[in-house]
Design a protein around this ligand. Structure first.
Ligand code: ATP
Length: 127
């Protein structure tokens, strides 16, 4: 078998990036929760600029937002696979979906904590 050239490796990397991007778009289309996260992300970025938060705070906010998006995307993937392999009721199918949803919940609580710590005192000072 011929060795893959640098050119074909680069093309495969670009194709993989395209598949991943298509996954995000497809999840955004089907999942109301993700559209809510998209709106929340826009609001949080707006607040970040409005309050002129520090570089470290931007890093924390980016991590929090990215973690919630990642958990929600994995949850969507788990739901799709479970629906494919176990359309009928099965305790393990339910467990897989519940645990995946639990990952989103944990990420959302962590993001809420970051949001309250970074923006809470600033918003409080306005009222
Ligand atoms: N095949 C199944 N077998 C057993 N329990 C299931 C099964 N499918 C779903 N469940 C249970 O129903 C719950 C809701 O499942 P559902 O597929 O409706 O996802 P959801 O939480 O409504 O997510 P979303 O709103 O993102 O679609 C699961 O968390 C699980 O407890």
């Amino acid at each position: 078998m011929a060795e893959p050239t640098n050119d074909s490796l680069l093309r495969r990397r670009i194709a993989s990036f395209g598949h991943a991007f298509r996954g995000v778009v497809s999840a955004l289309r089907s999942e109301v929760h993700l559209r809510f996260h998209a709106l929340a992300t826009v609001i949080v970025i707006g607040l970040g600029f409005y309050f002129d938060i520090s570089g470290l705070e931007w890093a924390l906010v980016a991590l929090a937002v990215g973690t919630v998006w990642s958990a929600e995307l994995v949850n969507t993937a788990v739901e799709a696979v479970v629906d494919l392999v176990s359309p009928d009721y099965h305790p393990l199918a339910g467990k897989a979906k519940d645990v995946a949803a639990g990952a989103v919940l944990v990420a959302a609580f962590a993001a809420l904590a970051v949001g309250l710590l970074v923006f809470g005192p600033r918003v409080w000072a306005l009222v």
